[in-house]
Design a protein around this ligand. Sequence first.
Ligand SMILES: *[C@@H]1O[C@H](CO)[C@@H](O)[C@H](O)[C@H]1NC(C)=O
Ligand SMILES: *[C@@H]1O[C@H](CO)[C@@H](O)[C@H](O)[C@H]1NC(C)=O
Ligand SMILES: *[C@@H]1O[C@H](CO)[C@@H](O)[C@H](O)[C@H]1NC(C)=O
Ligand SMILES: CC(=O)N[C@H]1CO[C@H](CO)[C@@H](O)[C@@H]1O
Length: 608
Amino acid sequence: MKLTAVVSLAAAICTVSAGYSPSRTTCPSGNFARPADKISTLESLWLEARNKITQENLQTFLENAGLEDFDAAAFLSNTTSPVRIGLAFSGGGYRAMLSGAGQLAALDSRVDNAESNGLGGLLQSSSYVAGLSGGAWLVGTVASNGFPSIPEILAKNQIWDLTNTIINPGGFDILKAIVLYTDIFNDIFSKFVNGYPVSITDLWSRALSLQFFPLLLSYGALTHWSDLQTSGPFSTYEMPFPIIVADGREPGEVIISQNSTIFEFNPFEFGSWDPSLYQFTQTKYLGTTYRNGTPSGKCVVGYDNAGFIMGTSSSLFNVVVSTIATDVPALLRGIITKILNLVETVDLGVDVSLYAPNPFIGTKASTALVVNTAILDLVDGGEDSQNIPLYPLLQPDRGLDVIFAYDNSADTDDNWPDGASLVASYQRQFVTQGNGTLFPQVPTTSAFLAADMGQKPIFFGCNAKSLSPLLQEGVAANAIYDSPLLVYTANRKYSYSSNKATLKLQYTNAEKYSMIQNGFEVASRNNRTDDSDWAVCVGCAIIRREQERQGLEQSEQCKTCFDKYCWTDAVSTALSETVAGSNVNLAEFSMEAAATGTTTSSASTNTD
Ligand SMILES: *[C@@H]1O[C@H](CO)[C@@H](O)[C@H](O)[C@H]1NC(C)=O
Ligand SMILES: *[C@@H]1O[C@H](CO)[C@@H](O)[C@H](O)[C@H]1NC(C)=O
Ligand SMILES: *[C@@H]1O[C@H](CO)[C@@H](O)[C@H](O)[C@H]1NC(C)=O
Ligand SMILES: CC(=O)N[C@H]1CO[C@H](CO)[C@@H](O)[C@@H]1O
């Protein structure tokens, strides 16, 4: 077959799949922008309905956990507010996605043995789940595919097929890749000709969607984050409230945790709690032109493509797409080059995702550049070194009692976490961007490494009263009881060396299963063999803040747990730590690294 014939055949096959491009529609009535002084009405109604489910499941979890001197039913029926649990999954490419998948499976009552060997039921008891970069791939895949369990995902053997890289999804079947990428070209071209700026994130996102949404129409071209509102388990309150995190950053700007603007995408809203923005708009109508927060014309829908949001949160990998593309068969390279030529009409940093027009322009007298540009530029959620998406979950109005934080970062040379993300989040509370949010004392990265703290979970903020010295001016003293306890779990090796390079882009099925099994073991303390009381101790952490609010004494059993898991080192250790502007090391995402799938990472940078 001649080259041109193949290409036009591919083009013919692909014209049927349209729909990635946003389109215009009549605006509904209602508010399109609001200050971030509380959660939205829709979120609060959703939470109320979800509470009924979580409290029932939590009662079962606590009853089965083996807590002594504790009546779960009586406790939960007499709380000052419903006990709320949040889950947070860090970035770190496929390593984070797969380790996170195993960790999530260990919390899922639908998974065989999760109740007896793990923490099964915790997922069903959780109100929120947040993901960033590789963690966003996990959260987004699960949310937009109708909340399947991890074994269900694996059984289908189509979602998360990582045996080939996304750049060559057909493997030896080059025609398949050409068809898929011609489709992607058409998707991006339609967005472009309809007047929306496109960036490499569009290419990256559509490519990722081949792996995440193979079971959805046109690989998720028509799947939007706001669709969750009206369809599937989210609309019936059967899954936690999913949040994907990205950072605002202008081209050429450097961001650290103290000056980043953290954006969240939830099914209802998009925006930031940070003083540099302090606004939310509706996720569904991203792409709409606003004047002072009101649409000035028709409304745009379809901008919030689920894959595009997942790609935005992981935009550091854009570099991978643009470099690795040189290493594929010529025919395929031709199509990818065509796409790259299209997106390069906009001259930007390679890791930037474009949200145009900026929905926040003119809504608030903020001086921050990021909210006053015609186009809002978003980048990988881990670029400000906060590789675990905690800030959305720390917002007092969300009323969380405990956050389970899964850290699958590659901080050390060997791709293990060293707690750097916690330090970055901790430091943020002392500056304006922290906005009075409390964050418990944490160890320095050197103390973390010296004591090998990644080997077992750690509880931070065990005693609300220990947070008092951290209260910022103007914050009420009892805010300490609204600051969730943090149950931190780091990636470590059990049955498999899960410290794979962030840029490893191919996993055989055997490697994939091993990563997931190891993740299960990490979250379950090696199927509870490292600590037969692990579920008890998790139960103690969950009920702690409410006990403190009510002035209830902890049981002896829970005291033993807290002795085992709480971090109580002097505040001063953490306070004195100065972490140099740990900007993302883009060099790690070099062509050579991308091509070989290996990477050199330094302990002072947090690159995923
Ligand atoms: C832990 O439990 C999981 C789920 O049942 C299982 O796949 C895995 O093999 C177990 N690991 C060990 C070390 O027993
Ligand atoms: C954020 O802080 C870093 C380190 O001080 C600085 O280099 C950078 O310019 C700041 N960025 C912004 C957007 O203020
Ligand atoms: C409910 O909690 C309050 C405050 O701790 C306590 O005084 C009261 O006895 C509790 N009631 C029941 C029925 O447990
Ligand atoms: C507690 C606190 O500092 N809250 C502030 C958060 O940011 C907004 C917007 O700048 C302020 O209005 C709040 O007072």
